[in-house]
Write a protein that binds this ligand. Structure first.
Ligand code: PLZ
Length: 469
């Protein structure tokens, strides 16, 4: 039996995926196909094993086990092919198991899986650093250091900023998300589920208000920045401030796009006062917003930029990149970690970065954004449960509200997401109030599949019972 003939079964899908990896040839059939109910019987069995074996604090969005993924689909162990509108939380921008990434991983894994850059270094790490120094905003001299996760990158950016400034205080914003480690929990704004019961948190972290156009009474960007700055001046004192950490679009907090002028005003103020401006582009980076980095939409040049997620096509890798004089302020041996910049992850990153630069993925992100924004923008005109459609490129959110009050409607968001998921669409929610549906498709998703996926979400919204008046 050929792979094509066999492709109805889970084994066949798996074989087809492996075949694609080895040959760089055809990817999985780009279709939504349900052959069982969701979840199917094999997933249900695996979920039972999960309950017995995996700590219950680790939850899953969908009780559906993946067997293979690529282009715009995730194929589950029961042979269902789901439309992927989440990219494993904004990671597989180049597409899951991208053939060139998979090939680079296989080739590097056959040569060496690990030596530790701090023991016997290897070229791949240096090449990733060079690529990041070249691609990130600003023409100044830069250095990079590599780590494993987004949280680890943010922690290290804070360490570097403190070493450089000799100051301790760090400001993060309302609705921020920076990770789950102790320092990054302190930076993260939302208590449930990230912080509850896990304190005490790292000290010398302060919070400032952010520009949230839907919910801050229509403040302009510069006005919102002035409010944040006066908070920082009053509560910290500018000579105590080591760094400002901000996501150019606040991701987990609800894809909040600050009003124009907010980010540049903060960056200018930080520079005038000797504080390090850190852009956390873990979620927004690598073509996701239609530019290589989201800061570029407003011409903001951060002192330090943290990256992860999209950087390596799904391999765990993260980085801090920034001004040479800030990065080099740390004493020798002050930064590192056993696995940081693992050679297999670096090989994956070099292949992924090549795809970001040469496969038209920024343009793809813009097209994706136009399609989603148009679809939900039209709906919003006649459905007052849509408070706002916002975002940039392939990072678009629909914030759902109670029409009368404008209050967040988290229940509607979770019902919509649940309905779409049982129909074979992987869709995520987010937001401080849990009332935001977010779209983060792989940038390689075929557009027909994207349209089919968002139609299912839009129809679920149309069919969701309106609240009693
Ligand atoms: N900074 C801006 O978006 C990770 C979190 C999912 P890690 N966002 C997804 C979850 O529930 O854990 C993220 C981010 C921004 C930092 C991080 C942290 O990146 O790789 O998850 O540590």
């Amino acid at each position: 039996m050929t792979i094509a003939e066999h492709s109805g079964s889970a084994e066949g899908q798996h074989a087809a995926a492996l075949h694609a990896h080895v040959t760089g040839g055809p990817t999985l059939p780009q279709e939504r196909r349900l052959v069982t109910s969701i979840p199917g019987p094999i997933s249900i069995d695996l979920m039972q094993r999960t309950t017995n074996a995996v700590a219950s604090g680790v939850s899953t969005t969908m009780p559906v086990f993946a067997a293979a993924a690529g282009g715009g689909v995730v194929v589950d162990v029961d042979g269902n092919s789901l439309i992927d509108l989440g990219s494993g939380i904004a990671v597989t921008g180049v597409g899951n198991a991208h053939p060139r990434v998979a090939q680079a991983i296989a080739e590097q894994a056959a040569l060496s899986t690990h030596t530790c850059f701090m023991v016997t270094p290897y070229e791949g790490y240096v090449a990733v650093a060079e690529a990041l120094n070249r691609l990130t905003p600003g023409e100044h001299a830069k250095r990079s250091a590599l780590f494993n996760s987004g949280a680890e990158a943010v922690e290290n950016a804070v360490k570097i900023a403190r070493a450089h400034t000799g100051r301790q205080a760090v400001v993060a914003f309302d609705h921020a998300y920076h990770g789950r480690t102790n320092l990054t929990m302190a930076l993260t704004a939302k208590s449930m589920p990230y912080k509850k019961g896990f304190g005490p948190f790292a000290s010398e972290i302060y919070r400032a208000p952010v520009s949230y156009p839907l919910r801050d009474g229509g403040q302009s960007g510069p006005d919102a920045a002035r409010a944040a700055i006066s908070r920082m001046e009053a509560q910290i004192g500018t000579d105590q401030l080591a760094a400002i950490v901000i996501e150019p679009i606040l991701g987990e907090g609800g894809f909040i796009v600050p009003e124009p002028g907010f980010l540049p005003a903060l960056a200018d103020w930080a520079q005038e006062n000797g504080a390090v401006f850190i852009a956390d582009e873990v979620q927004t980076g690598f073509a996701r917003t239609g530019r290589m980095f989201a800061c570029e939409h407003e011409g903001v040049v951060p002192d330090l930029i943290t990256t992860a997620k999209g950087i390596a096509g799904g391999m765990p890798l993260s980085a801090v990149t920034g001004r040479a004089e800030i990065m080099d302020a740390v004493h020798s041996g002050g930064l590192g970690g056993t696995y940081g910049g693992n050679p297999v992850a670096c090989a994956a990153a070099l292949a992924a970065i090549d795809a970001f630069e040469n496969d038209g993925l920024c343009e793809a992100a813009e097209r994706i954004g136009e399609i989603i924004t148009r679809r939900f923008g039209e709906l919003a005109a006649s459905d007052s449960r849509i408070g706002e459609v916002r975002g940039r490129g392939a990072m678009i959110a629909v914030e759902l509200v109670h029409p009368e009050s404008g209050e967040p409607d988290a229940d509607l968001a979770s019902r919509l997401a649940a309905s779409a998921r049982t129909q074979g669409v992987v869709v995520l929610t987010c937001g401080t109030y849990g009332n935001v549906i977010r779209f983060l498709p792989p940038l390689t998703i075929p557009l027909e599949l994207l349209v089919e996926g968002i139609d299912i979400v839009a129809t679920a919204l149309r069919d969701a019972p309106q609240p009693a008046r």
